[in-house]
Design a protein around this ligand. Structure first.
Ligand SMILES: NC(=O)c1ccc[n+]([C@@H]2O[C@H](COP(=O)([O-])OP(=O)(O)OC[C@H]3O[C@@H](n4cnc5c(N)ncnc54)[C@H](OP(=O)(O)O)[C@@H]3O)[C@@H](O)[C@H]2O)c1
Length: 281
């Protein structure tokens, strides 16, 4: 039976995507850059070194592809995977980039998108806005230690999307051909500022969580201290400056169009992930 290869299968979106694809009857192959634990299901693939490209795509008909975080040379990581998909006769590839990736034709992520569009493969490109799940991953330390979301974003708003909706969209696009060769910006249905986010997290957890607007340099220092490579930390600051400038506020109807239902709300996300911010005492 033809397989569906999920790259980033152990990540925030990929974990949910794998569950949905299996439920929908796909024979899923999970790519990992780490040691393979289950050879019947997992395959080793390292997008940075190129190791495992040919084996990972052999016998595969559908592919979900993303660029692992931590890198800024997105095109150099993604183009060989797109070429390997083409060489191995893959039918369709769904690439996840990020909202705003197509704003600059010279951006590495955009170059990867264009490479896919010119590849001759059937494809979709999905560009999610900032994930809700960042509040239980990247930004969690300030919440746990100080009850604060520390970000340099002023009162700007974002139409945060639940990663589970991104996974549901990707699963649908990998299962049906109705939307082939189209790209979609994926957002939640409302834009919220971080005071509003903090209120919603407070209501869900029963804790007092507030937002503190911090200078970009303070965040940069924290990211470097946490061990992020400098070019990637600076890239994060750059895209956060786009958020502050208002580019993350826009909403689209893509989730509704593809799934036939509205995107999940931040209130629902906060209830579902409550345990992340409420430590057992
Ligand atoms: N967070 C946001 O707000 C946001 C918004 C828009 C777009 N995005 C995009 O979303 C993507 C991240 O998605 P995510 O949050 O679901 O992922 P994630 O949770 O950060 O997980 C990263 C995945 O990449 C895999 N990986 C790491 N290094 C790899 C390598 N060298 N070769 C192949 N795979 C590797 C990891 O698996 P192993 O450890 O098993 O290898 C893991 O499955 C990024 O491209 C980011 O730009 C994020």
């Amino acid at each position: 039976m033809a397989k569906t290869l999920v790259i980033g299968a152990n990540g925030t979106v990929g974990t949910e995507l794998v569950k949905l694809l299996i439920a929908q009857g796909h024979d899923v192959r999970k790519a990992t850059s780490k040691a393979v634990k289950d050879p019947a299901r997992d395959v080793h693939l390292n997008l940075v070194s190129g190791e495992g490209l040919a084996q990972a795509f052999a016998g595969v008909s559908k592919v979900f592809l993303l660029c692992p975080p931590g890198y800024t040379n997105h095109d150099e990581l993604l183009k060989p995977a797109i070429d390997a998909a083409k060489a191995q006769g893959v039918q369709k590839l769904v690439l996840m980039t990020a909202m705003g990736a197509n704003a600059d034709e010279s951006a590495p992520l955009r170059k990867a998108e264009v490479h896919l569009q010119n590849s001759g493969l059937a494809y979709n490109i999905i560009r999610p806005n900032w994930f809700m799940q960042n509040f239980n991953t990247f930004w969690i330390q300030g919440i746990l230690e100080h009850g604060k979301i520390f970000l340099p974003l002023g009162a700007s708003k974002g139409s945060f999307i639940d990663a589970r909706d991104i996974a549901a969209v990707a699963a649908q696009l990998l299962s049906k051909d109705d939307f082939n060769n189209r790209d979609f910006d994926l957002t939640g249905s409302v834009a919220l500022d971080h005071d509003e986010v903090a209120k919603i997290l407070s209501a869900a957890t029963g804790r007092t969580i507030t937002y503190e607007d911090i200078p970009p340099d303070v965040l940069l220092g924290g990211l470097l201290q946490a061990g992020l490579p400098k070019p990637y930390a600076e890239f994060l600051l750059l895209i956060l400056s786009y958020f502050k400038a208002g580019y993350s506020e826009r909403t689209t109807d893509a989730v509704q169009t593809i799934l036939g239902r509205a995107p999940g709300t931040l209130e629902q996300y906060a209830r579902d992930y409550r345990s992340a911010w409420v430590t057992a005492s």
